[in-house]
Unconditional design. Sequence first.
Length: 151
Amino acid sequence: MRLLRPHRLPLALCAVLATTALHAASATILGYWVEPSGSLIRIATCGHKLCIYIASLPPGRPATDVHNPDRALRDRPLCGLRIGEDFSERDPLQADGGHLYDPKSGRTYRGSMTADGDLLHLRGYIGLKLFGRTETWKRASGPPPRPCGAK
């Protein structure tokens, strides 16, 4: 077995610490996520709460809020739309107490979210959490190459 030379030990230690720091930085609900239909979603702070925004849409997806129950809002663009708000961050991996708007159905639900590594479990429900549905999102590698509003 070959041991590290003394002058290489600090370099190896720095590499291990940097890798640990990167993993720790991704251990949060904040950031970019890909939902099952391919939209890129951004979770960010807004005031003292957390909000959820559509950061980009996959090709072939409606570009406007066609399912909104308010006819006056059906022409608003989905890209950049705030679809979640008022979430209270319990810890870096959990938030609840918020409201979620589902542009696929036009309905609004109460919500909670929990990060589990590179997965985010988002639960939408009416009344009790027991009567809801959980959707799992995957962590994205970063912001979209062409974010909403980019020309």
